[in-house]
Design a protein around this ligand. Structure first.
Ligand code: NAD
Length: 352
């Protein structure tokens, strides 16, 4: 067996249909008396419900979270937390809202209680990202890791099916790359395989009935596992490509992950055979890359960069950016090969 290091992250997870009922108990456990509730403008009603549940432990609501945490929004939220004398941030929403909570915590070490409503997984990671001058800077810092996470599948019922599917692929991508991570270990690999299995079985059930609470539970359970993998081990080519495409062309986060993942796995297939066997076992298929491409297609998710806002004329530059700084990947990265990968992803070809 390969030698390994396991550095487990702390954190409390409360999972289950109706888990939101435990919010008062959980906020008390954190010792918070003045919580600032965060959400996007679109989820303000959910933020108001959280504020009601918190009663006099709620200091206020900041419902202006947006994608990729612009520094201006982070500054406004930090100011609001200071002005209100907040001693905790409660983030209800997807990765954008959790990300805003992290931007506050990065500066103030305010504890975060996260209530995820997508499958992005940010709530399980010490990774933050803040966008300044058109570039998103990311880093790892344990102070941004939420102290408590409440997963209530009922809160994901309103997540539109299309976003549920692409968000699920975003989660699968964390687990897939976690299986061939440089610092992979047996525990995160177990979580990764089980996370992929749960999502690959849950997403088709959701497509049949988006209000199926059992399927919603299965998907959120998978997202928790996949997010935990992202928080614990390093990522590789797939995440680099998505970061480049999202950062420089502002492509939508979850959809970009959905399109790129089969191609990134095809690239790494021969160099990471054990990881591929585990992904294939989780998917019940003989080819990880092709199975994910087929799954995305069958669920009506985008499979081509040209359909999510990319221009063919920008592919050369994207390939150049993706090879710019060195990073770990099972198979060495070279520009001409990546350019071909991006071409396949642009046209949505089934990976070979
Ligand atoms: P998001 O948070 O931007 O949410 C997308 C939209 O869906 C928002 O308008 C949101 O309000 C809405 N929404 C969310 N849940 C809903 C629900 N249940 N019902 C109805 N509407 C709902 O999208 P995301 O994909 O969750 O997050 C993407 C962001 O998170 C990106 O910026 C990405 O970089 C970041 N991210 C960070 C990490 C990390 O570890 N730091 C991990 C994954 C993603």
């Amino acid at each position: 067996m390969k030698s390994f290091v396991l550095d487990q992250l702390p954190g409390r997870v409360v999972f289950g249909v109706g888990a939101l009922e435990h919010l008062p108990r959980e906020i008390e456990r954190l010792g918070a008396r003045r919580a600032l509730v965060l959400s996007t403008p679109g989820q303000k009603t959910q933020a108001e419900d959280i504020a009601r549940r918190l009663g006099d432990r709620c200091a206020g609501i900041f419902a202006r979270a947006v994608m990729h945490v612009p520094i201006e929004t982070a500054r406004e939220a930090r100011e609001e937390a200071k002005r209100l004398g907040a001693d905790c941030a409660v983030a209800i929403g997807g990765g954008s809202t959790t990300g805003l909570g992290k931007a506050i915590a990065l500066e103030s070490a305010l504890p975060i209680l996260a209530i995820p409503t997508t499958y992005a997984g940010s709530e399980m990671t010490p990774i933050y990202g803040i966008t300044e001058g058109g570039a998103k800077k990311t880093g790892r810092d344990r102070k941004v890791l939420p102290r408590t996470v409440i997963y209530d599948p009922a809160l994901t019922l309103a997540l539109p099916l299309a976003l549920s599917v692409t968000s699920g692929f975003n989660a699968i991508a964390h687990a897939a790359e976690g299986l061939y991570a440089e610092d992979a270990n047996p525990v995160t690999s177990l979580m990764a395989e089980e996370g992929i299995r749960a999502l690959a079985q849950g997403l088709p059930r959701l497509a049949r009935d988006p209000l199926d609470l059992e399927a919603r539970s299965e998907c959120l359970y998978g997202a928790w596992l996949c997010g935990s993998v992202l928080g614990a081990v390093g990522m590789a080519l797939h995440h680099k490509l998505c970061h480049v495409l999202g950062g420089s062309w502002n492509l939508p986060h979850a959809q970009t992950h959905t399109v790129i993942l089969p191609h990134a796995l095809a690239w790494n297939a021969d160099a990471a055979p054990q990881a591929m066997r585990r992904i294939e076992r989780a998917l019940g298929s003989a080819s990880a890359a092709q199975a994910l491409h087929d799954l995305a297609k069958s669920l009506g998710a985008p499979t081509a960069l040209k359909d999510i806002g990319m221009q063919e004329g920008d592919l050369d530059r994207a390939a150049g950016l993706a090879v710019q700084s060195p990073y770990y990947n099972p198979r060495p990265i070279e520009r001409a090969g990546l350019r071909r990968l991006l071409d396949d992803a642009f046209f949505g070809r089934r990976p070979r």
